[in-house]
Design a protein. Structure first.
Lengths: 112, 112
DNA sequence: CTAACGTACAACCAAATGGTTGTAGATCAG
DNA sequence: CTGATCTACAACCATTTGGTTGTACGTTAG
């Protein structure tokens, strides 16, 4: 398929991970600096375990990485997942722009 | 501001909508041509009602629009929701590039 | 008019999600 | 060593999600 970049389950994980405002906030914070999991947890009005789960979701989506440092786990932004999502949306954008001048579009109007 | 970035719940809906491969396939198909809901339903190995629900999710996320034509509902791509998601991801990308410690940054990209 | 088609929507179900509390293992400070 | 801190993970709960079937209604074709 034209738009497909990476396997569907992986893309599912990326968008699913981004579909939560707490997780998006974590992504934007770790994009510019490092945080321990507990450092992140102190920012939100929810339990440590809840934040831990959010970080795990982001990690599975390749949007962040964790690295053990002493007794802390340092969370950093990971470009990989973000790039996946962006390239997919760029693909849709390209399709969309392609549509404007497409005569085939008119021919296919009744097609199902 | 040129592009409205949208409220958090709206963004939630867009990413949530994109976190399903059937819905992403619908988005890519209606990006270039029109489909009735039943036309879309014939493409997937699931019930009409299931596809109807997927379209409803996409519509609530402003990723598609529906327009009644006779007894059919014509589904078209809508640029609005897509633009929302893209501008948000572009924002993350910008944060990422602003990040201090650029050497470490580049090393991380090599690994990915 | 009648039958078939396209849609809408409700009710139901299993699984996933987002949160909680509690327990336990490492690691650091004193 | 002891205690505080950071993390991991299990169990539990309410809500949402993604699917189903069934019913109802407007629209088009014959």
């Amino acid at each position: 398929m034209v738009v497909d970049q990476g396997s569907a389950p992986d893309i599912d994980k990326v968008f699913q991970a981004l579909a939560d405002s707490t997780r998006r906030d974590i992504v934007s914070r770790v994009a510019t600096s490092e945080f321990s999991v507990s450092g992140l947890a102190s920012l939100y009005a929810m339990s440590f375990a809840a934040v831990q789960k959010h970080v795990a979701v982001l990690e599975r989506a390749s949007l962040v990485t964790k690295e053990k440092r002493g007794r802390e786990q340092i969370v950093r932004g990971n470009h990989e997942g973000l790039a996946k999502a962006r390239s997919l949306l760029d693909g849709y954008e390209a399709l969309w722009r392609q549509r404007a001048g497409l005569i085939v579009d008119l021919l296919n109007e009744k097609q199902a």
